[in-house]
Structure formats: structure tokens, C-alpha cells
Design a binder for this molecule. Sequence first.
Ligand SMILES: Cc1cc2nc3c(=O)[nH]c(=O)nc-3n(C[C@H](O)[C@H](O)[C@H](O)COP(=O)(O)OP(=O)(O)OC[C@H]3O[C@@H](n4cnc5c(N)ncnc54)[C@H](O)[C@@H]3O)c2cc1C
Length: 488
Amino acid sequence: MPSPQSATNQSDDRPSGGQPIDVLVVGAGVSGLTIAHDLAINYQRQVLVAEAQDRVGGAIISRQNNEGYLWEEGPNSFQPAPELLRLAVNVGLEDQLVLANGKLPRFVFLKGKLNAIPMSPPAAIATPLLDWGSKIRLALGAIGFARPAMAGEESVDQFFSRLLGKQAVAHLVAPFISGVYAGDPKRLSARAAFAKIFRLENNYGGLVAGAILSGKDRQAQKAKNTDLPQVKAGELGSFKQGIKMLPEAIATKLRSQGTPVKQQWTLRSLNRQDDIYIAKFDTPTGEEIVMSRAMVMATPAYVTADLLKDYLPSASQALSKIFYPTVACVVLAYPKTEFAYDMQGFGNLIPRTEGVRTLGTIWSSSLFAGRAPQGWQLLLNFIGGTLDPALAKLSDSEIIQAVHQDLKKTILRPDTKAEPKAIAVHRWDKAIPQYEIGHLQLLATVEAELKKSQGLYISANFIGGVALGDCIKRSLQEAIKIEQFLAK
Ligand SMILES: Cc1cc2nc3c(=O)[nH]c(=O)nc-3n(C[C@H](O)[C@H](O)[C@H](O)COP(=O)(O)OP(=O)(O)OC[C@H]3O[C@@H](n4cnc5c(N)ncnc54)[C@H](O)[C@@H]3O)c2cc1C
């Protein structure tokens, strides 16, 4: 593949006939579909979406069976950010939105029992998750009395230890990191992985002051979005038939308005001649070539790295350094009578100190109606991650047994004889990109080299946040840049 500078000197690789389209989007996860939707529907651009798998949605996988279970194997819920809600409304999903009660407690399993995570100052004073020294330490840190940061980039562990104290990190922050990133707080970058929280400290001098001031921004946002479904604090979203309704509805709308969304189209190579991108795909009916003025890579970092290897070597090398650990999503069900708790809650996280391998469990059927038959409890368990690479060597039945034994220690009755009803085991060999120390530097390298290839854009979950709302927000910002480029 030629370098961007030499691309115009190459022999003509373009298929004869046919005009280039405006934008080719590679990858039909939520990032790619959001960009395609914005450019095709809102900006009326000629777009084609190409996806390697035989379905859209990427990491979003919702399934159901004829026994009455409905489950997720990727994201299980989302924070109903205005950008996400607007997209859902635009593709006709307003009536399909479901919201989990924001007051449902979240638990941390510590010293043999579940403890509710404190969500208010009085609850923080009463919580058994921290000793008194740690509570005072946390309170002081939250209002801005903390050691100044050391030189160099801080890890998540260093940042929160400095601000909130070691025990708060071990009992609250680290389990949360396992739950969101399946990551290692000592390797993750505070600035990259927790950009918003990092800014609260830097801009406002403390988490509480920051939270109050940024709360004002949220109120202003809310006032601007009165036409959207109204959401109460802490509520989490999904759709009646699972999160996959969102990518499927976007793809349906795109197709109905004349934008092709191709499945089983795997990008094999890309080239650029005379300012036109030439992408070659493997498809079930042979090779297909698409020419476009702009092109978006909405694929995982390791895929993008491979495809840009010869074309943008520095960007490719930087992208190949982004680490994705293996995580398994283990979906199990038990009769409700087998639990040691009443199971009114969001789920539980487990600090690595408790001798439990499972990272956390989402009490899925307690969150959303219609996820399990009467009398049964559906659990989504996550196991593996950066700190447990050995998980990759276990068979599915060994993984199910490991999770079952952990559930007996955590939320099932210790004397239960029940065996799990195994609904699904989904192994994510490369699950979630880790925003490790040096991540922002890697992205800066990518950004710098991308400037040499006008019209080429990258939008995926290794930039600007992994949550679905972050992917949508970032993709909308990217769509604006692409539209400006096309309009030139
Ligand atoms: C197990 C798990 C649990 C999660 N839980 C939550 C949660 O509860 N809440 C939340 O908000 N977020 C959660 N996330 C994160 C969130 O789901 C992802 O960050 C987000 O869905 C990523 O979207 P994306 O479009 O950037 O990437 P992806 O969804 O990875 O999409 C990339 C697409 O590119 C395609 N592709 C790859 N190679 C090619 C090629 N050569 N040619 C064409 N297409 C190609 C892929 O097939 C894929 O469809 C979770 C993620 C995982 C894995």
C-alpha cells in the first residue's frame, strides 16, 4: 500500500466506471452506525456501511430463547445520555426504551457479605465498607484536601489513592474498575480512563466541588432536551428486546432511506489515489471495491492497526499497542428460592482481595422486566480481565463451574444444592480496550499521522470512552468534522 504522500504516484487501482461515494464507514458497531446515520440522514450524504459479521451491532449482542429468557452478552445497560436518547428517538425506539429504577442499590461483596455502595453523604458515613480513618480521608479528599499529584502520568490507583485513600480504592474504586474495564487500576491511566473525574479534580479542586459545579451543566443540558424521554437520576436504560434494538433500528432506517448496510463485507485493503479512497472487501460473492471521498474506520484498534500497517505505519504501530483483555460473559439462571438475599438491586462487584474469581454479577432480571420466567433469577456474570489471563485457557464448562462456585460464596444460599441453568457463555477474546498509561500519547501519534491522509477518520471505543453514550457522542463529533471536510 502506498504512503499517503506517494499515493498519487501509484498505477491506477480504481475500478473502471462509477463515481466515488461521499463516505465509506467500515464497522457497524454503535460507533460506525452513529456516524453513518448522522451523515446519511442529517447531512444527506451518500454513505455505504460495510460490516464483516453477518449482523450489525459489534459488541452489542442481545439474545432470547423460547424458555422466556432475554439476555445480553455484551453491554447490559446504558446511561441514558441525551445523544443516545436522541438517536433512539430518531430511529423510532422511543416506545421501546426501558429504564431500570435508579434507586436500586449496587453492592460490594466484602468479608463474606454484600454491602450497599453508599450513594449519599449519610450513607457514606454509615457504610461498613470503610473504617473511620478512611471515611475521614475520603471526605477530605472529596472536598479537595489531597496531596498534589506527582510528576508524570498517574495511574488510576495512584490518582484515587492520593485523593480518597487506599481503602476506598481497594473496596470501591478497584471493584468498579473491574466492572467497567475488567482492568488493572495500576496500569490504567487516570487521565485517559477517567477523563471526567480527572477534570473535576483539576478544574474545580475536588470531586465534590466538581460534582456540584458539573451538576449545573447537567441541569442546563436537561433544560435543552425537554423533547426527549425524561430520565431520573441514576436510571439505566435498555430496550424491550435488548440493546441490539438500537443498532438494528439504525441499520433498518439507513436501508429504508437508500443507504446500503452491507454484512459479511470484510475490509482487506485500502488505498488512496487522486484523493479518492479505494477499499477492497471480501464478500460472500467475491471481491467488492468501494471508492469514496472520505472513509471512517470504526473497527477495533487491532483491526485498524493491521489495515493501516503499510499506509500509516506510525499510527498502526501505536494502535497495535492498545491492549484488550479476555473476558467471559456467563449467563446463568437459578430459582429465586436459592438466593441468600432478596435480590432487589443492580448487582454486585467483588474486590480482588476476597478470594472470588468472578469480577461481578449483574442481577439482570431485577433490573428489567421480562428477562426471565416467573420464579427464576437471571444473572450476567463477568470473569477474566487483565488480572486473570489464565481464564482464556478454561473450557466453557470449567468457566460455568468457576462462576457457580463463586456465586455460592457470594449471593446463593451456601447450602444450595441447585445447579445453574446455563443459558450462554460468551468469550470475548479481546473485550474492552484498556486506556493504560501512555494511551493519550498513542492517540496523539495516531492523530498526527492521520493528518497526512485527508478524509480518513477513526471513531471507535478506544477514543473518548468505552460506554455506549461516549461512543455515540464521539461519533457525532466526528461526523461534524467529516461533513466539514466534504463541504470544502
Ligand atoms: C462484555 C462487554 C460488556 C460491556 N458492557 C457495557 C455496558 O454495560 N454499558 C456500556 O455503555 N458499554 C458497555 N460495553 C462497551 C460497549 O459495548 C462498547 O465500547 C461499544 O459497543 C463499542 O462500539 P464500537 O462501534 O466502537 O465497536 P464494536 O462494537 O467493536 O464494532 C466494531 C465493528 O467492526 C467490525 N469489523 C471488524 N473488522 C472489520 C473489517 N475488517 N471489515 C469490516 N468490519 C469489521 C466488527 O465486526 C464490529 O461489528 C461493554 C463491552 C463489552 C465487550
